[in-house]
Design a protein around this ligand. Structure first.
Ligand code: ACO
Length: 377
């Protein structure tokens, strides 16, 4: 009998030098370096370089890469005008998908698929995704769009454009760490989607628009927003255990827990939990943090034996909330970070490209003949 790998679980379709995950032991490395070390010591700019080049940059290489990102932050004026006119009630991921596609119309290299062109476009997209997302957020609130500043880091500049004022160094660093934690994660659904599109030798903008669509769903990037909806629904910490038990009794899924690969703690959630706890201890424990603590305990008690533990989305929302980021922007921020992983994975796969074309076991009817419309029941 033919075995079907439902959800492509365990299917190996390519090799990669970028990211290693051991889901049983809760290990995640980029270029062999543990994610905790990246979070502690590195920046989003450095990890983006490392993913795109599959090596750590020298100081000069990093400075050049950073300068290129800073020089490419501005959006075409026509796109800024379009973003300002987007309907305010659409989900920001719809707006981002549209803006990313529109951005490609202004890139003279958009149709080029050489490795050099894919790399040049990647730098522009990593820089401009940040500006697009901040612009979408400001326009949605009816506020004037803030132009990027070249004197700020990638993380600080995003918060500046979003809020209209410079973040503190601590806020910028916390956001930078969140970007580092989300920058790449192997063959997740959106990266796989980007690669599937690139495997047809399609262009970078088409790859990224496909990936945004895949990230949007609540089983993937959309889960961080769904976690905040859940926290708002729970309301107060004393109601959390009853809420979760009720959901599990009804066989409903709890957002922000469970993972296709991790059957133990997602190491990224541990880093974020430490920061969420640090912020909570500094400011007095927020309702959100206390609700999360109870949910984590209840979930592990009830279904930890099935390998269900908090994933990266579980604590990211509270960290973003503390930074003043509205919850409907949590998933666009995921895209702001994951764009580096998407671009790097597409470039890596394309070097030894083979069209992705899986198959299905046919279970439909056989030996039928066409029935004229007038003779059908
Ligand atoms: N809540 C309750 N039970 C769960 C959950 C959950 N979140 N996740 C899995 N389970 C249970 C399933 O019901 C199943 O139980 P059973 O064996 O008794 O039928 C068992 O655990 C295995 O679950 P699967 O659905 O087979 O796991 P799969 O690998 O297909 O799903 C997924 C992984 C989609 C992430 C799932 O855990 C889920 O829906 N989580 C909530 C959404 C979420 O947080 N997504 C973000 C993932 S991380 C990221 O993309 C950044």
């Amino acid at each position: 009998m033919t075995e079907i790998a439902k959800g492509l679980e365990g299917v190996l379709f390519t090799e990669s030098k970028l990211t290693f995950i051991n889901g049983t032991e809760g290990i995640l490395t980029h270029l062999g370096i543990p994610i905790q070390e990246w979070a502690e010591n590195s920046t989003f700019e450095e990890l983006s370089y490392a993913l795109l080049h599959a090596k750590l940059p020298s100081a000069a290489e990093l400075a050049k890469f950073d300068a290129e990102l800073r020089a490419n932050r501005e959006l075409p004026a026509k796109l800024v005008e379009e973003i300002a006119s987007f309907p305010a009630n659409v989900h920001p991921m719809q707006a981002l998908r549209t803006a990313a596609s529109y951005l490609g119309l202004f890139d003279p290299q958009a149709e080029e698929t050489s490795e050099g062109a894919r790399y040049a476009i990647s730098i522009r997209m990593i820089a401009q995704f940040s500006t697009m997302i901040a612009a979408i957020a400001r326009a949605r609130r009816g506020e004037a769009i803030v132009a990027p500043r070249a004197d700020l880091t990638h993380a600080a500049n995003f918060l500046y454009m979003l809020r209209g004022e410079e973040p503190t160094p601590e806020q910028a660093r916390l956001f930078d760490i969140a970007l580092v934690l989300h920058a790449d994660h192997g063959m997740n659904a959106s990266t796989f989607t980007a690669i599937a599109t690139s495997s047809t030798l399609s262009d970078m903008y088409s790859c990224m628009v496909s990936a945004i669509g895949a990230l949007k769903g609540p089983l993937h990037g959309g889960a961080n927003e769904a976690v905040m909806d859940m926290l708002d629904e729970v309301g107060t910490p004393d109601k959390a255990a009853e809420y979760i038990n009720g959901k599990l009794d009804r066989k409903e899924k709890i957002m922000g827990v469970g993972h296709r690969v991790y059957k133990n703690f997602d190491p990224r959630s541990r880093v974020l939990r430490d920061y969420a706890e640090h912020v909570a201890n500094q400011q007095g424990k927020s309702n959100y943090y206390q609700i999360l603590e109870t949910i984590e305990k209840t979930v592990i008690d009830r279904i930890g034996s099935k390998g269900i533990y908090p994933n990266v989305d579980f604590y990211s929302g509270t960290v973003y909330s503390d930074l003043g980021i509205p919850k409907e922007f949590f998933t666009p921020i995921f895209a702001l970070a994951r764009i580096s992983g998407w671009c790097a994975s597409v470039i890596e796969y394309t070097r030894d490209n083979r069209l992705l074309r899986p198959d299905a076991v046919y279970t439909g009817a056989t030996d039928q003949h066409y029935v004229d419309l007038k003779d059908r029941q």
